[in-house]
Design a protein around this ligand. Sequence first.
Ligand SMILES: O=C(CO)COP(=O)(O)O
Length: 230
Amino acid sequence: MMLAVLNFKNLVDFEEQLQFLDDLSHADVQVDLKISPTLPVPNDFENFEIISQNLTIKERTVGEISPSVLHHLNISTSFIGHLERRKSLNEGLLIVRKRLENALENDIKPIISVGQYSNLELVTEELDILLKDQPITKPIIIAYESLASTEMGRALYSIDEIRDVHNKIREFMTTHYPAIDYQLILGGHMDEVGSPIANAIGYDGVLIGDRYHTLASFQPVLNVLNNLSR
Ligand SMILES: O=C(CO)COP(=O)(O)O
């Protein structure tokens, strides 16, 4: 089954997000769909999973989402170091590592985002900095995102490029972290055209941002994802 992660981001009106969730709860969803609204809401929908956009560090701090809040909402998956968050808030990899430690300690499945640099070698270096010596014993999700494509609002990569990234990350994980069970997803202007290509290359799923604000606008993508999952 394809994995599809939908991330609403902070500029999408929250009422609109709630309406989208409600409409989706009545829709035909065949794909493993995970959705992160700006504010986490209880994970009690039947045909998709609510996940968190962020998770705090272990030390005492203010204004961030704690594992306890997520457990209360029955949420068990969270983004760790989403690329745009890291860039806009100038957040370095060491703090992302601390978020990951907190996720692992509290049984929260991390979606680890990489792709800060477009250079292939740097993608696996970034991944290595995050994974090194972390006690990962349960499945994780690795999201590679073409950050430039998200920022520019169009697909800036060629099929060869996203295939190279896919093969490089798979090879790196097999060589350096053979014990880690992971799903690899692709982000960066993914839509009804890009999703089948990602699937054909071998990605386990796609990461989609805030370009769709209503079920009606998302429906063509959902139809394609449903078909890929059947
Ligand atoms: O950042 C993303 C998802 O979190 C991807 O955004 P786009 O789908 O708009 O490129």
